[in-house]
Ligand binder design. Sequence first.
Ligand SMILES: Cc1cc2nc3c(=O)[nH]c(=O)nc-3n(C[C@H](O)[C@H](O)[C@H](O)COP(=O)(O)O)c2cc1C
Length: 314
Amino acid sequence: MLHTTLCDLLGIQAPIIQAGMSRRTSASLTTAVSNAGGLGSLGGWERSPDEMAKELSKIRELTDKPFAVNYVVPDINEESFKLTLEARPAVISFALGDPGEHVKRAHDIGSLVMHQVTTVQQAYQAAERGVDIIIAQGGEAGGIGGAVAAFPLIPQVVDAVGVIPVVAAGGIVDGRGLAAALLLGAVGVNLGTRFLATLEAPIDDDWKRAIVEGGSELSVKMDGWAHAKVTEEYQTSLRVLRTDFIDRWNQQADDGSEEATLRGEFKPDIVGRLVPVAGESAGLIKDILPAADIVRNMAAEAEKVLKVAGQYLK
Ligand SMILES: Cc1cc2nc3c(=O)[nH]c(=O)nc-3n(C[C@H](O)[C@H](O)[C@H](O)COP(=O)(O)O)c2cc1C
């Protein structure tokens, strides 16, 4: 049976986390993953307090299993965060900034803290802040990410943070990716793009289809992307699937076109049809599945792959 220290720490069966992806997650997706033995996450970014209250109460109706609530540090809605603390999720996760005082606030109500980083320096800072789990996110990841690829980043973060468990993110969709992450020293994986192509993900079918049909080479960085609230230190770029809109955007539009006026000022409402956010893992995703199947198939496949790996030892 596949079992890592992450399973013990979080009280889950498979070391698989569905990433917090702002309003592209829902109680239905989160609980499908948690009920299948992984850790589902509800994204807090861009979610109003009303909506947060509704989703949290739905989660409580649909599962008694551990789940996470995710925030991006530079844009935390204090009212939603307070509702999250009242709900006492097993995990509160952060990204895109120094988690600072939020670590203590989460610990005070008994939640574990998981923080996502894209560089070794950010990992050292997270360790100093006392986080319980660090996610090392490679530059092939969907969404906002750094520049360093997962293969070189994960072992560096593992070496840097010592006893703190490290979870791998970026480009992982199946049991092979999970097994490889474990061999690099991670104790689990955090998946975004794979869980967008699920029946439960609350995004348009066009976006899901773009992921299923998109090859890895279609996943590109959106040039000149900036979010006013993300600090310089964490300022990264957005990885999306190419569309005509993205091509025009990346051609340094300086001609007064719609793209030019949007550059440098990210508007969440263009995400989806014009800006289908997805990582390089899109090339490995061939179907839209129930989220629970992903957790179960991945754990079973990783077990097989790790057994095969043992055969290389003579
Ligand atoms: C549509 C989308 C939205 C995302 N939003 C967030 C977010 O709000 N908070 C966060 O910590 N990570 C976010 N991420 C990044 C994920 O946490 C994760 O690192 C990434 O998806 C892993 O790479 P993968 O997409 O190749 O699986 C997002 C990813 C995607 C694809």
